[in-house]
Design a binder for this molecule. Structure first.
Ligand SMILES: [Fe+2]
Length: 181
């Protein structure tokens, strides 16, 4: 593939297939075989996220986690596939039991790495490393239109997802230019 458009088209074709979960993973695993080339296709923008593609069955984001950032536990409502191509993403998984968030496990995903999460998985995502983590995060649905949730990890309080609550409950490193939403 010679452009970001080619990669998006390959992912959309995979999302439209009979087995989107495995086909999208396969496209991303192939793309991660040549990280310098992949990086040449994706704009190196400083924002924590930007929308690359949106359709009714696929959303693609470019994600950047600076060192020390931790986003609150949230779900996605759709099967999610992540392709880490710089640094490492750390995810802490939770389960809701009787209104309480119960921590299950923490897992580090260093580049190059493709992994998937089911839509109902509750995950707190961050960067505990010393360099930026940069990834593509894809959902097999229109994430922006999806009803989903975010939790306060300190109190287990469950909220309807909004960017505002998400940012309020995130932990940012000192001096970080916190987005206004
Ligand atoms: Fe997420």
């Amino acid at each position: 593939m010679n452009s970001l458009e080619d990669l998006v088209q390959a992912c959309q074709k995979a999302a439209d297939s009979q087995s989107p979960e495995t086909q999208v993973e396969a496209v991303l695993k192939e793309a991660l075989k040549d990280i310098p080339h992949l990086k040449s296709l994706i704009p190196d923008r400083p924002e924590e996220d930007f929308l690359v593609h949106r359709s009714n069955n696929l959303t693609i984001w470019r994600i950047r986690f600076v060192p020390g950032v931790v986003y609150p536990p949230h779900d996605h409502g759709h099967h999610t596939i992540c392709a880490v191509y710089e640094g490492a993403e750390t995810n802490t998984f939770y389960e809701e039991r009787g209104g309480e968030l119960v921590k299950l496990k923490e897992q580090v995903y260093p580049a190059p790495c493709v992994f998937s999460l089911s839509g109902e998985k509750i995950v707190m995502s961050g960067n505990l490393g010393s360099t930026d983590m940069v990834a593509l995060h894809l959902q097999l649905g229109d994430l922006i239109e999806t009803h989903r949730h975010v939790w306060d990890p300190a109190t287990s309080q469950k909220h309807e997802y909004s960017d505002k609550v998400f940012v309020q409950l995130a932990k940012y490193p000192p001096g970080y230019d916190i987005p206004v939403v």
